[in-house]
Design a binder for this molecule. Structure first.
Ligand SMILES: Cc1ncc(COP(=O)(O)O)c(C=O)c1O
Length: 388
């Protein structure tokens, strides 16, 4: 790996008196992305200066950045979508299933990657198999094995996160991909809680789709997300029929010469009005930073930052997943039996620490803007609430 990443706090406008360990909730917008977004919004002061190229080039440049980040050879495989739910609904629209067949998902995965599958199975028939984690404390180590056990010759799709969104539990996506390939099932990944902060290479992994919300680890604005599509879906039917998805739509004078063909690759799945003049430049600016820093270096930064804290947190009775199965940028702290979550919440608030609460666990998600003082504030709050 190249030079270790230094702290990047000065690229953000986070308040000095707050310990933001909550990138899994929302990534803060970097200063440079904020400027790009404002400039984009201002462009509409004078619409005559907005030219046809502005409806295409910025979106294509965004695709290219994302393709680079995930190792996709062809940027046209990337669609610009408003949300994960939109991309997953596009996928379920183009996934065949029916009685006697099944779709495999993971216990408590994010609803945007659940409701479209529930609708599909409700309408077409078949079974939605929800794979629970083992209960014996081997959540990380054995969960992937259980997922593999649930995939069979009747499986039409496996749809899951790259990591679990509530606590960063990692899955053996390579082994699961292998099994889906063996049985001919589609493999759909929601990379929202890892892409940007953990490396992924679709060239090697070859998922049928990888969907990523833009506003977390890609550090982008809200309402713009990206979805990579594999060969399996490239002939699919989009949710809507935007004019700019059609071949030749760059020629505004010829727009009413209606055509049946789409733009190449996954561009057909772009949302209508995708050429948002503020959001696209903002997300592109954020992606430039993510690419400059590199997911490997971000992960290494988070690992080094938290090093030493886990022993202290465990000493307070908090449970933490083993290093092999937790994500450096996203992990859960499980409360010891009898401990008061309200007390811990109050202590975190007093120490001005921002985390999330998911069920009975505390979700902590550091990034390259965090410092040792943020970690110290987290540990101090836990000590205050749980210590002797
Ligand atoms: C794993 C995961 N997927 C997706 C989303 C957001 O879904 P959508 O873009 O449909 O709002 C979240 C938000 O927390 C998430 O954690």
């Amino acid at each position: 790996m190249s030079q270790p990443l230094a702290c990047q706090r000065d690229r953000f406008s986070l308040p000095d008196d707050f310990h933001y360990l909550n990138c899994a909730y929302m990534g803060p917008l970097p200063r440079v992305a904020e400027r790009a977004g404002i400039e984009g919004l201002r462009a509409k002061r004078f619409p005559q200066a907005i030219v046809p190229d502005d409806f295409f080039r910025p979106a294509d440049e965004l695709r290219a950045r994302f393709a680079r980040l995930i190792g996709a050879a062809d940027p046209d495989r990337v669609a610009t979508v408003p949300a994960v739910s939109y991309a997953v609904s596009t996928i379920t629209r183009n996934t065949a299933t029916g009685p006697g067949r099944n779709i495999v998902i993971v216990h408590e995965q994010f609803p945007a990657n659940v409701y479209p599958w529930r609708r599909l199975v409700g309408e077409k028939g078949g079974e939605l198999r929800v794979v629970r984690p083992p209960r014996d404390g081997t959540r990380g180590a054995r969960w992937s094995e259980r997922i593999l056990d649930h995939i069979d010759a009747s499986t039409d799709a496996v749809a899951m996160g790259t990591v679990h969104w509530t606590d960063g539990t990692r899955f053996d996506v390579a082994a699961i991909r292998e099994r889906t390939r063996d049985v001919g099932a589609a493999f759909i990944l929601d990379g929202t809680q890892s892409v940007g902060a953990a490396p992924i290479d679709v060239g090697t992994l070859d998922p049928d789709a990888l969907v990523v919300a833009g506003y977390k680890w890609l550090l982008g604005p809200y309402s713009l997300s990206l979805a990579y599509f594999g060969e399996r879906y490239l002939d699919g039917i989009p949710l809507e029929e935007p004019w700019h998805s059609r071949r030749g739509s760059e020629n505004f004078a010829g727009l009413v010469e209606y055509v049946d063909d789409y733009q190449p690759g996954a561009i057909r799945f772009d949302v209508g009005q995708r050429s948002n003049f503020a959001l696209i430049p903002a997300l592109s600016a954020s992606l430039d930073l993510v690419l400059e820093w590199g997911p490997e270096r971000v992960a290494a930064y988070c690992t080094a930052l938290m090093d030493g804290a886990f022993a202290r947190l465990r000493a307070l009775g908090l449970s933490v997943e083993d290093r092999a199965w937790r994500s450096p940028h996203l992990f859960g702290l499980g409360l010891p039996g009898g401990a008061s979550l309200d007390r811990l919440k109050a202590a975190l608030q007093r120490h001005r620490v921002g985390v999330s609460f998911r069920g009975s666990s505390v979700r902590v998600s550091p990034y390259a803007y965090n410092t040792a003082s943020d970690v110290e504030a987290l540990v101090s709050a836990c000590e205050e609430a749980l210590g002797g």
